[in-house]
Design a protein around this ligand. Structure first.
Ligand SMILES: Nc1ncnc2c1ncn2[C@@H]1O[C@H](COP(=O)(O)OP(=O)(O)OP(=O)(O)O)[C@@H](O)[C@H]1O
Length: 235
């Protein structure tokens, strides 16, 4: 579904992505992990076409994404920090997005709007929202148009435990429908029940890309946190 071939991206002298090749498929929920600054967000933005690589190409459903826009309609993206027109209300933001996409109400997935109880806050302006509520708006928008691919950058950061749980349940439902989910998180313990693969980056390179079961078997550890620390000691 998403393929990257020899992607390199430099910022000045820094190689943020260093010859990355990968293949992500439907039904997978991939944890994109690695230390701060290893290139996770740059990789996500390259897949989204927001960062243009110096070399290499990204294919979406077999077609190169360069100068393509329509493929983006199939991706729901939840950024690490959602930036919105601050004077707009939550309702304005949702209406604007629906207007841009021209989707009929039937095709909309409003599960998270309901489970986060956003309907009771629709008239609040974005600049008045708490960090967690802003995060809920970003999550609800990422899922709203029923995309085939979900890219979630630190989705539970700032969410209270109950809301984190609701979001995790929603991710599992969508993964089980056969969608591709790509997720970054520094809280490894919350990924255990979600993910099928671990894609681990360091200094712009892939350190390993393994099935969760393979990782657990190799390390003899049941918990992702322990499996990752054990495998890192071997590198
Ligand atoms: N627009 C930019 N201009 C210059 N350097 C950048 C730019 N974007 C990213 N970088 C650099 O590229 C490297 C990778 O950054 P990136 O945001 O992809 O890391 P990350 O793995 O997502 O980190 P974190 O876990 O902290 O979110 C970092 O050294 C960062 O400073």
């Amino acid at each position: 579904m998403i393929e990257a071939k020899n992607i390199t991206k430099t910022f000045g002298k820094l190689k943020a992505l260093d010859n990355i090749s990968l293949s992500f498929d439907k039904g997978q929920c991939i944890a994109l992990l690695g230390p701060n600054g290893c290139g996770k967000t740059t990789l996500i933005k390259t897949i989204l076409g927001m960062v243009v690589p110096n070399s290499g190409e990204i294919l979406f459903d077999g077609k190169p994404i360069a100068k393509e826009w329509l493929y983006r309609n199939q991706i729901g993206y939840m950024p690490q920090i959602g930036r919105y027109p601050e004077n707009m209300t939550i309702a304005n933001i949702f209406d604007m997005m629906k207007d841009i996409r021209k989707e009929s109400a039937k095709q909309l997935d409003e599960d998270l709007i309901e489970s986060f109880n956003l309907n009771s806050m629709m008239n609040k302006k974005m600049h008045t929202l708490s960090g967690g509520t802003r995060q809920k708006v970003s999550a609800a928008l990422a899922f709203l148009f029923n995309p085939d691919v979900l890219i979630l950058d630190e989705p539970t950061a700032g969410l209270d435990p109950l809301s984190s749980e609701k979001l995790k349940e929603k991710i599992i439902i969508e993964k089980e429908k056969g969608k591709l989910v790509l997720i970054t998180s520094h809280v490894l313990s919350e990924l255990d029940e979600l993910i099928t693969q671990v894609f681990y980056m360091q200094d712009g390179k892939i350190l390993f890309y393994k099935n969760l079961s393979e990782l657990k078997n190799e390390t003899g550890e049941e918990k992702l946190t322990k499996a990752i620390s054990k495998i890192m000691m071997a590198y």
